[in-house]
Design a protein around this ligand. Structure first.
Ligand SMILES: [Ca+2]
Ligand SMILES: [Ca+2]
Ligand SMILES: [Ca+2]
Ligand SMILES: [Ca+2]
Length: 255
């Protein structure tokens, strides 16, 4: 036990040095297309915010938060309904290759939870959604500020700096993320590659500093030895895999 603890703190100390080596990879090509469409809508101020009815938020000329994000993904070729409400997005998107990831703790400081976000993640909470762009930026449709169609002040739909906590104190609850291929076994931070950051995440989960719900994508990949628990042994296996000493056996198995 003492040895395990010593290994744990030594590994954590070493791994902290490695943070920052993993950053803003490009999203899958089709997600990049959705980002491009979303940013173009945001920059075209003939489009503003409206949420009253489907005909007023269908992009002619205005959108609400959900129709803005969903239209961008629909126009990029995803089989999703452009006029979803926030409440119907998870069901619709997870039928088309997206995973809903609900175990990121958005109440932690930004520096901690931003490590777990990827460019192209769709941020969700009850009643609101925005699209994360990486590098602490996001794009979304917020509010109708000028009380008329369009975005005369340029702040109704725009690219802005990332926030976790809204004025009402609520934080994001999860993200919808698209994978062209499932993340490899051991990829505990779900960014598609095995690195020391994954070992760090698994280790934090093993000692209770991160909560990983069972039957989630992250649980399956973090349990690198596939024994049904996330423990220091998984972190050790992932760390060895990150430096090429071994490969976690097999693939993840979804329920
Ligand atoms: Ca705008
Ligand atoms: Ca307006
Ligand atoms: Ca990773
Ligand atoms: Ca395990």
């Amino acid at each position: 036990m003492r040895n395990a603890r010593r290994w744990t703190s030594a590994a954590l100390a070493g791994l902290f040095l490695c943070l920052g080596c993993v950053q803003a990879l490009a999203a899958p090509e089709q997600v990049e297309k959705a980002i491009e469409i979303a940013v173009a809508i945001a920059e075209d101020d003939t489009h503003g915010y409206s949420s009253y009815a489907d005909y007023s938020r269908d992009g002619d000329p205005d959108y609400d938060c959900a129709s803005f994000v969903c239209t961008a993904f629909a126009e990029a070729g995803f089989d999703v309904y452009p006029l979803n409400n926030v409440g119907s997005m998870i069901g619709d998107f997870t039928e088309d290759g997206f995973f809903y990831i609900a175990d990121i703790d958005f109440s932690t400081p930004k520096d901690e939870h931003l490590e777990l976000l990827l460019r192209g993640d769709i941020l969700l909470k009850d009643g609101h959604t925005e699209l994360y762009l990486g590098d602490r930026m996001m794009v979304g449709a917020h509010l109708d500020y000028d009380d008329q169609p369009g975005d005369s002040q340029g702040n109704e739909i725009n690219v802005r700096s990332y926030y976790a906590k809204a004025y009402d104190g609520s934080v994001w609850e999860g993200v919808l993320r698209y994978y062209e291929t499932l993340p490899p076994l051991g990829d505990a931070d779900l960014d598609g590659e095995i690195s020391a950051a994954d070992a760090r995440y698994a280790l934090r989960a093993a000692v209770g500093l991160e909560t990983v719900q069972e039957n989630t994508l992250r649980f399956y990949v973090a349990d690198a030895d596939k024994n049904g628990r996330i423990e220091a042994a998984d972190a050790r296996l992932i760390l060895r895999a990150a430096v090429g000493l071994e490969t976690p056996e097999g693939t993840i198995t979804l329920p």
